[in-house]
Design a binder for this molecule. Structure first.
Ligand code: G
Ligand code: G
Ligand code: MN
Ligand code: NA
Length: 253
C-alpha cells in the first residue's frame, strides 16, 4: 500500500502539520484555547485524519504520530505563552491505541516537562467510546494524568455507551457534546432535549460542557441559554494555522 509507505515517512519528511481550532467561552468569547487537529501535507494535497488515521491506528503508526502531535502542540503552547497568551490552553486528541499504550502517562509528563508548560493548560481529549472500552483502566490512567495536573475531556459524548457509574468516577473536567447533536439543533427538537439533558448531566458531575460543530448564531444563542460553557465550530473559528492565529486582527479575541 503506497499510502502506508508514505505515512511511515511522513514524520521525517516533515509532512505533518497541526491546525488549531479556537474554543470560546460562551456566549461571545474570549478564546480560552485551541484544539489541535492533525493534517498531512502529501504531494501538494492536505489530507484530513479521517483519511489516514484508521490506517495509522491499524498499523500502530499512530504511536509515533501521536507522540509527534503531543510534542508539537506543547511546543506551540509554550510559544503562545511566551508571546503573552498565558491563559490559552491546548487540547490534543488521543486515539484508542494511544490511550491504551503502556507508557502514555510517562510520555505525557516527559513532554509537558520538556516544554515547561503548566500541566493544567494541556487537555487530553479521549472519546466516550475509548474511555468506556475498559472503564477501570481508563479511571486509573486518567487519575494518574489528572493527579499530575493535565486535564481530560470526554469527546464525541452521546455517541458511545457510557455507564453513568463510570462517568461519575472518571476524573475528567470536560464533556464535549458530539457535533451530530448540534447540526439540527432548534428549540423544541428532540436534539434540543438530548443536548439539554447532557448539559444537566455535565453540571451535576461538575464537568464543563463544550459544544462542538456550532455553525449558526441560533445554535450559539440556544446553547448559551441551555447553560453550555464553551463553544467551538465553524461559526466562531475554523481550524487554522499558527500563522493565521498570530495574524488574527482581534488581539485578545
Ligand atoms: O479536523 P477533523 O477533520 O480534523 O478531524 C477528523 C477526526 O480526526 C476527528 O475525529 C478528530 O478528533 C480526529 N483527529 C484530529 N487530529 C487528531 C490527532 O492528532 N490525533 C487523533 N488521535 N485524532 C485526531
Ligand atoms: O471528533 P473531534 O471532535 O475531535 O473532531 C472535530 C472535527 O470536527 C474536526 O474534523 C473538525 O474539523 C470538525 N469541525 C469543527 N468545527 C466544525 C463545524 O462547525 N462543523 C462541522 N461540520 N465540523 C466541524
Ligand atoms: Mn476532539
Ligand atoms: Na468530537
Amino acid at each position: 500500500l503506497q499510502m502506508l509507505n508514505d505515512l511511515r515517512l511522513a514524520i521525517e519528511h516533515h509532512e505533518l502539520r497541526l491546525h488549531y481550532q479556537p474554543k470560546f467561552i460562551a456566549p461571545y468569547g474570549p478564546v480560552c484555547g485551541f484544539e489541535a487537529l492533525l493534517r498531512w501535507e502529501r504531494n501538494g494535497t492536505t489530507l484530513s485524519p479521517d483519511v489516514f488515521l484508521p490506517l495509522a491506528e491499524k498499523t500502530g503508526l499512530i504511536i509515533p504520530i501521536g507522540e509527534w502531535v503531543l510534542n508539537e502542540a506543547c511546543r506551540q503552547l509554550r510559544e503562545w505563552h511566551l508571546a503573552g497568551h498565558t491563559n490559552w490552553t491546548v487540547a490534543v486528541n488521543l486515539s484508542t491505541l494511544q490511550f491504551e499504550q503502556a507508557n502514555l502517562v510517562e510520555m505525557v509528563i516527559d513532554t509537558v516537562e520538556r516544554h515547561q508548560i503548566p500541566p493544567e493548560m494541556l487537555t487530553l481529549e479521549v472519546t466516550e467510546t475509548t474511555a468506556m472500552r475498559n472503564p477501570d483502566v481508563s479511571v486509573e490512567i486518567l487519575e494518574r494524568l489528572t493527579k499530575y495536573g493535565v486535564k481530560a475531556s470526554i469527546d464525541d459524548f452521546g455517541t458511545g455507551y457510557s455507564s453513568l457509574l463510570y462517568l461519575k468516577r472518571l476524573p475528567a473536567s470536560e464533556l464535549k457534546i458530539d457535533g451530530a447533536f448540534i447540526n439540527d439543533l432548534i428549540a423544541g427538537s428532540e436534539d434540543a432535549s438530548i443536548v439539554s439533558a447532557i448539559i444537566a448531566l455535565g453540571q451535576t458531575l461538575n464537568l464543563k460542557v463544550v459544544a462542538e460543530g456550532v455553525e449558526t448564531t441560533q445554535q450559539q444563542d440556544f446553547l448559551t441559554q441551555l447553560g453550555c460553557d464553551t463553544l467551538q465550530g465553524y461559526l466562531l473559528g475554523r481550524p487554522m494555522t499558527p500563522q493565521q492565529i498570530a495574524q488574527h486582527p482581534d488581539s485578545d479575541w
